[in-house]
Design a protein around this ligand. Structure first.
Ligand code: 6PG
Length: 235
């Protein structure tokens, strides 16, 4: 099985489709089990989607639990922080209880914030899903090098097979130290939604979708799974 790609010719239709898909999955899970878990992606692409998501009125955010696919090791109020971006475009505009937001606590040491985030996730699923780790929806972007979250090509975090969270380091981006969900966490997703914008992303998507070399193309391992949708605005 491999991913399903839907391409859009306008940014507006891309954003509307992304919001509709996210809202649909949240509502379906809330109806089914009274709560929903959503892993937010970082970077720039999600900003417009989050802003539109904040405007929808028919999501009961009091029943949604929010996690992060990865974080840069910067203060949570730093403009490069994925939490700060989500806070600005979404979290500050919706009535989600603070206790439902699982933030990577970058005020801790690098090692401790990885351990703390892992514990937050494990404890959540201990009490909400009989210890079964399964995110209802994971949002992901895609880097032009094929990275997802902060799983960069040929980096140690790709080899993690047990922990849900790992530290990782990139040499190609401004913030080198990263905290990221690992493959075990990302592969626990009931559904995965890639949100891609930019002319360079279609080529790396197709490359990643047609190889099994996930060391070089980390997205490959996720794109090969069931229930993976990709929404693309490649202009
Ligand atoms: C981050 C993201 C990262 C992002 C891709 C794509 O921390 O930056 O988690 O994985 O999704 O780099 O970023 P854009 O959507 O901004 O192109």
């Amino acid at each position: 099985m491999s991913f399903h790609l839907t391409e859009f010719t306008t940014q507006e239709s891309f954003v509307d489709a992304a919001v509709a898909k996210i809202v649909g999955i949240l509502k379906e899970n809330i109806q089914k089990k009274a709560w929903a878990s959503l892993v937010l992606s970082g970077g720039n692409t999600p900003k417009l989607v989050y802003a539109k998501l904040a405007e929808v009125s028919d999501v009961d955010w009091s029943k949604v639990y929010l996690f992060f696919g990865d974080e840069r090791y910067v203060p949570s109020n730093d403009q490069q922080s994925n939490f700060a971006m989500a806070q600005n475009y979404l979290l500050s505009k919706i009535s989600v209880p603070e206790a439902h937001i699982f933030r990577v606590k970058t005020e801790l040491s690098f090692e401790d914030c990885v351990l703390d985030y892992e514990q937050q996730i494990q404890q959540f699923f201990e009490t909400h899903n009989h210890a079964v780790i399964q995110f209802d929806l994971v949002l992901l972007g895609l880097g032009e090098d094929g990275h997802i979250a902060s799983l960069f090509p040929n980096t140690p975090a790709l080899d993690e097979q047990k922990s849900l969270v790992s530290e990782n380091v990139t040499t190609t981006l401004a913030v080198r130290e990263r905290i990221t969900l690992t493959y075990p966490a990302l592969e626990s997703a009931a559904k995965t939604l890639f949100l891609l914008t930019g002319s360079g992303k279609k080529a790396v998507l197709l490359q990643s979708g047609s190889t099994s070399d996930f060391k070089q193309y980390p997205a490959a391992r996720i794109l090969a799974r069931d229930n993976v949708d990709v929404l693309g605005f490649f202009h």
